[in-house]
Design a protein around this ligand. Sequence first.
Ligand SMILES: [Zn+2]
Length: 58
Amino acid sequence: MNDRPKQKLCPICKKPRVEQYTPFCSTRCRDRDLAQWFTDGYALPGPPAMPEDLDKGE
Ligand SMILES: [Zn+2]
């Protein structure tokens, strides 16, 4: 019998995960995953900035 437990891996870099940062292996990967979420969810089309606002000097 070869009863080797399956090592869970970090979904970002595929390294063995660390319990403290589950399901990731480090804060770096956790941040990276978060950044991906932000990129996906906040990629809304829209005007970047109104030029009129910059013209309002004085
Ligand atoms: Zn990782």
